[in-house]
Design a protein around this ligand. Structure first.
Ligand code: SAM
Length: 271
């Protein structure tokens, strides 16, 4: 899959390529039993599930840190050269504990068939990835994939994220929270920020994005102890689809009232 070279600075090793192929085969097989995803053609699977999952965490991957992160610190150059419309404090000196040399604790909220969490677990064996979804059949499928592939750095959880965010052992426990195609952005922020350590980062995977959305997200995030750290705009490499990744940084503990009770964040979004 030489397609990896298209606009993704991280490149998989041969054994990881094989793992991605295996993930594709298992997803196709699982789809017959569990009806997991509409994305089944090889090129579409590669672009929308593999490439897209990894593009969101590119800034945390080792090689990108080497080529982009350090230079950004030294020269004030913004990351995501192909992205228009970056915002926030991307040029600031990064003062968080986040570094690609750390073993991140990652949670993928509303992982569905395992995206973006499974590709991330394959790409970064030093990270531990918790795949969370409220739907048992999706987690049953992911458990089978994890067992079949022997992914020792991935675990699953069947729960509503509003409950998980109130659990002593899970609240404020993660370095990185990933959330793709789950809810409106302020709702995703309320799901993700309580789970992060101060200094941690949430990645909101979005399609199109507007200034108005930035404004309402900013208001929600401020209440939750976070700030918008950066917004990266890019297009997918095969079909040129619009994508945005919104990076939220947690800068203070989230007040105890958040996340609100099950269903309330989605019914009455902040912001
Ligand atoms: N993230 C995957 C992707 O991008 O392919 C799946 C997206 S799917 C459209 C949304 C998933 O979020 C569903 O599997 C659903 O069960 C889960 N979900 C929605 N709200 C949730 C909540 N409050 N807690 C846990 N999971 C939730």
């Amino acid at each position: 899959m030489e397609e990896w070279q298209l606009t993704l600075r991280w490149q998989p090793e041969a054994h990881q390529q094989a793992q991605f192929q295996q993930l594709y085969a298992l997803t196709l097989a699982g789809n017959r039993q569990f009806n997991l995803t509409r994305i089944t053609e090889p090129a579409e699977f590669w672009e929308k599930h593999l490439w897209d999952s990894l593009r969101g965490v590119q800034r945390f991957l080792h090689e990108d840190w080497e080529s982009g992160g350090r230079r950004q610190k030294a020269g004030g150059r913004r990351q995501g050269a192909e992205g228009a419309g970056e915002a926030g404090a991307a040029e600031e000196e990064d003062k968080t504990h986040l570094s690609p040399f750390t073993s991140f604790k990652v949670i993928d909220i509303g992982t569905g068939a395992g995206f973006p969490g499974l590709p991330v677990a394959i790409a970064q064996p030093n990270w531990t990835v918790t795949l969370l979804d409220a739907t048992r059949k999706k987690i049953t499928f992911i458990d089978q994939v994890i067992a079949h592939m022997g992914l020792t750095n991935a675990t699953t959880l069947v729960e509503r994220v509003e409950q998980v965010g109130r659990q002593r052992l899970r609240r404020q426990a993660y370095d990185l929270a990933l959330i793709r195609a789950v809810a409106a952005a302020p709702v995703c922020a309320e799901y993700a920020l309580p789970l992060l350590k101060v200094g941690g980062c949430a990645v909101l995977y979005r399609g199109q994005w507007s200034e108005a959305e930035t404004t309402s997200l900013e208001a929600a995030v401020a209440v939750l102890g976070g700030k918008i750290d950066a917004i990266e705009a890019f297009t997918t490499p095969l079909t040129q689809g619009d994508r945005h990744c919104i990076y939220l940084k947690k800068i203070a503990p989230t007040p105890n009232e958040f996340p609100r009770a099950i269903g309330i964040p989605a019914q009455k979004p902040l912001g």
